[in-house]
Design a protein around this ligand. Sequence first.
Ligand SMILES: Cc1cc2nc3c(=O)[nH]c(=O)nc-3n(C[C@H](O)[C@H](O)[C@H](O)COP(=O)(O)OP(=O)(O)OC[C@H]3O[C@@H](n4cnc5c(N)ncnc54)[C@H](O)[C@@H]3O)c2cc1C
Length: 410
Amino acid sequence: MSDSTFTLDLNEDQKEIREWIHGFAADVIRPAAAEWDEREETPWPVIQEAAKIGLYSLDFYAQQFFDPTGLGIAMTMEELFWGDAGIALSIVGTGLAAVGVLANGTEEQIGTWVPQMYGDPDDVKVAAFCSSEPDAGSDVAAMRTRAVYDEAKDEWVLNGTKTWATNGGIANIHVVVAVVDPELGSKGHASFIVPPDTPGLSQGQKFKKHGIRASHTAEVVLEDVRVPGSCLLGGKEKLDERLARARERARQGGERVKNAAMATFEASRPAVGAQAVGIARAAYEIALDYAKERVQFGRPIIDNQGVAFQLADMRTRIDAARLLVWRASWMAAAGKPFESAEGSMSKLYAGETAKSVTAQAMQILGGNGYTREYPVERMHRDAAIYTIFEGTSEIQRLVIARTLSGVPIR
Ligand SMILES: Cc1cc2nc3c(=O)[nH]c(=O)nc-3n(C[C@H](O)[C@H](O)[C@H](O)COP(=O)(O)OP(=O)(O)OC[C@H]3O[C@@H](n4cnc5c(N)ncnc54)[C@H](O)[C@@H]3O)c2cc1C
């Protein structure tokens, strides 16, 4: 927490880090983007290169995460995703699982598990955060994966099927959200670490996707997965207290309390918004250059207001999206609660911006924009996930409208 005054000027350290990330995004990520998009595989060599220079490491993300201005993670995401969203998601996907542990774990759990999520530069690892299920996407309360405590052995037994898990099945460590008390709906959920090579956890279907194809997305099947009691994030005592409070509230007719998965998503929304800003900026820059060079009717197409005004709108939206992302990021770092759902606002607006700006960029590139010779069609495919994952745009609007009105809008 800090009293840091809000400023739009990055400090010297931040500028230097941004340049460094931008260099990696321009020299390593962007040139590899088309290949890994076609291969639809995790770009392990690129993750490894990032690890070698310290860009894929717990230290680096912790430093950015705890940046008192709040802008470290936002800046990192924007630059990496400017390079390519699929590869960048493979690099930062582990962070969602890490945030799951940071949001709910004890200091000891954070110290034990988070470093293992990244591995080391000679043997890189990734982690997965598994909340969504086939029948529980937006409706997290419909979750069915069950965690039952075996007191005699001090072990938790997990059973169920998770879906859409980024890095699911290829991860070293899976963070799994499961139901511990079905009577309490989403208040009866808890998060668990599933350590490497735990019997009973397997990868189900790997999805073939529209975009972010370098990022691995799969089902995760849990069959009598036994984890030690110490893998319950936050510990048993805290869970029992939380459940007792939730039962008491339920008896009294119920004030809303946050659940484990929601705590993770809320903390990560501005960061996801920053990823969308990066994609939008990349497509906009390509469209701007193209519009200045492409000649039709004897003059560059940017000479037409119809094209130039589109570019003006694109850039305005991108800057507005970044400001919402930076505001929410700064508020989170300064310990200011999102009383008007500022985190959701940033993700909603940035996600919609990425989708529309990349579509406009394709339009400005004409036929070329529609081909895989130019990167904007890939950027448009990648951008489409930003109105779907980490809470769809409709769910963000629901959160914003409920927060602003106090009315349980459905
Ligand atoms: C590539 C990818 C990666 C992902 N990574 C992860 C991950 O790492 N971990 C993880 O746990 N999950 C992950 N997800 C899951 C993602 O968060 C969900 O897909 C998302 O929450 C939406 O759930 P759903 O797909 O079941 O859609 P549904 O909830 O079925 O929604 C379908 C449509 O109905 C709308 N809708 C639903 N309810 C309402 C309502 N009340 N009001 C208005 N409209 C509504 C939605 O907005 C949407 O348009 C990932 C998904 C994808 C595609």
